[in-house]
Design a protein. Structure first.
Ligand SMILES: Cc1ncc(COP(=O)(O)O)c(C=O)c1O
Length: 497
């Protein structure tokens, strides 16, 4: 191969970069890749540096330095006076093949569990836009205050906070205990609180500490898919229990085979929004005590209520210490904060604290210290109060649009959900198909059918997140949804039997 050809091979894959360092690295990578793929075989002469530099519009030094690096790493040999060649040693070595795609759908080599997790993914990479559920509005979050508090706790003077945490930052646990006493009628000591990186981790810890593989765990159906996936990954047996307008509705005979654990969202059933009735709460607690069943109470957005005070917790009602409470800062502050907490019965404190430290190695004490001060200084409740008004206006507007434009085609269940609006179809419309059509039109919603485990419990409709959509930006995406529903009713193309 003459040097004109090798010059051409290198130029084909070279793209100009904005800096000299970038150009050098790019050139190095192009040549290395050409060698590894044998487009430049062993013994091939590389173009003289002056010629390659002119060809690519580079400084000669850039080319010299890229060649030098490849010589040091053994890809090239260089002899004074006779030029630079691809190393012969490369010809005797098995060259690692670069995978065709860096990001792919490779599944072989995974465990059965890993395969299950990868195949059942429901998390979305898209986290903004009308009407993606699950996300609060961060535009109004007091970031300046938050930044000041973070800065204060990330100074040398506070260096003890740079260590591992053990159960969480004490003063944060104290302010959370006070807050829960005031807002949820919960009486617990700070020692019963464990700080974790989000509700998913809280549930994972509960499942690992309280259940063995194969144990039955009841879940609301439809219910939160994230919890379902976390539970499934711990190899428990997830048993779907239907929900109605009063929340989770196990039949009396279901208790003939009592579960080891129950995952519920009693303050606002996710996604349908029902509040678990007092009668059902008492029944659940009675059975839990009798059968020694653990109840995990997911209280994900209880702070955000419009027409009613936050609902008292199941934990607070239980005298038998069978309930583990999970609260999160994701919905009130922001999801990427990844701070949540568990409140565990007194006799589980030690085991859970050890389990948490052994499994996840806690940290983030600086953020926890900032959060403790944020709450103590009143910023947290002020933010909630402010956002409640903003969210209520958005919720009322979206509900009014849906009722006026789709009245007769949908029903909107009575719901205490703070950040999303469940809308049920009264016609057998294919909600998953409509959701994918909506995405192509720039609008996102979650089809209600995706939350079902047992097809018998499937509800058709939309879970619409309104929290991050200003009132003045609601009409256009809502109009898109209405048009798609009308078109599919006219065409009969998007119906489910
Ligand atoms: C019902 C429910 N519980 C829990 C969570 C997760 O909360 P975290 O961000 O604390 O993991 C979500 C997130 O969307 C949710 O919808």
């Amino acid at each position: 191969m003459d040097t004109r050809l090798s010059c051409e091979i290198i130029s084909q894959s070279f793209e100009a970069q904005p800096t000299e360092a970038g150009q050098r690295v790019k050139l190095y990578l192009c040549i290395r890749q050409a060698i590894l793929e044998r487009r430049l075989g062993p013994g091939t002469a590389l173009p003289p540096t002056r010629i390659l530099a002119a060809e690519l519009g580079l400084g000669r030094n850039t080319v010299v330095r890229a060649y030098d690096q490849l010589v040091v790493e053994g890809y090239l040999d260089s002899a004074v006076g006779s030029g630079t060649f691809v190393s012969d040693a490369i010809g005797r070595t098995r060259v690692p093949q670069r995978p065709k795609r860096m990001v792919g759908t490779r599944r072989e080599g995974l465990s059965r569990r890993g395969n299950r997790i990868a195949s059942n993914a429901s998390s979305s990479r898209v986290q903004t836009g009308a009407f993606m559920p699950g996300f609060p509005d961060v535009v109004h979050f007091p970031f300046a205050t938050w930044r000041r508090l973070l800065a204060k706790h990330t100074r040398y003077e506070e260096r003890h906070l740079a260590q591992y945490g053990y159960g969480g930052y004490g003063p944060l646990k104290s302010v959370i205990a006070d807050y829960l006493r005031a807002t949820r009628m919960m009486s617990c000591s700070p020692q019963q609180i464990l700080i974790v990186n989000g509700s998913h981790q809280a549930l994972d810890l509960c499942a690992r500490m309280l259940c063995d593989p194969g144990d039955a765990v009841w879940m609301e159906d439809p219910g939160y898919w994230g919890a379902r996936n976390v539970l499934a990954a711990t190899d428990v047996n997830v048993v779907p229990i239907p929900v109605d307008a009063n929340g989770i509705a196990p039949r009396e005979e279901d208790w003939d085979r009592p579960p080891r654990m129950i995952f519920v969202s009693p303050s606002s059933q996710y996604p349908m929004g029902a509040v678990l009735s007092l009668e059902r709460r008492l029944k659940l607690l009675e059975h839990a005590e009798k059968h020694r069943t653990w109840i995990i109470e997911d209280d994900y957005d209880n702070e955000i209520r419009y027409h009613a005070r936050p609902v008292a917790s199941l934990f607070g009602l239980s005298s038998s210490q069978r309930v583990i409470y999970v609260g999160t800062f994701s919905k009130v502050m922001y999801t990427g904060l990844r701070l949540a907490y568990l409140v565990v019965p007194e006799d589980l404190v030690e085991a859970f604290t050890i389990g948490n430290a052994e499994l996840y190695r806690e940290g983030r004490m600086q953020e926890q210290a900032a959060l403790a001060e944020f709450i103590e200084a009143g910023h947290f409740t002020a933010h909630i109060r402010r956002m409640r008004g903003i969210y209520q206006e958005r919720r009322d507007r979206l509900k009014a649009i849906m009722e006026s434009r789709l009245g007769g085609l949908v029903s909107i269940p009575d719901s205490l959900a703070g950040l999303h609006l469940p809308v049920r179809f009264l016609q057998p419309l294919d909600d998953a198909d409509l959701a994918s059509q909506a995405i192509h039109n720039g609008v996102i919603f979650r089809p209600l059918s995706m939350y079902a485990i047992d097809p018998k419990n499937r509800q058709l409709g939309m879970n619409l997140g309104f929290a991050a959509v200003p009132v003045e930006k609601m009409d256009a995406p809502a109009d898109t949804i209405v048009r798609l529903i009308e078109a599919s009713l006219r065409g009969g193309g998007s119906r489910r039997g």
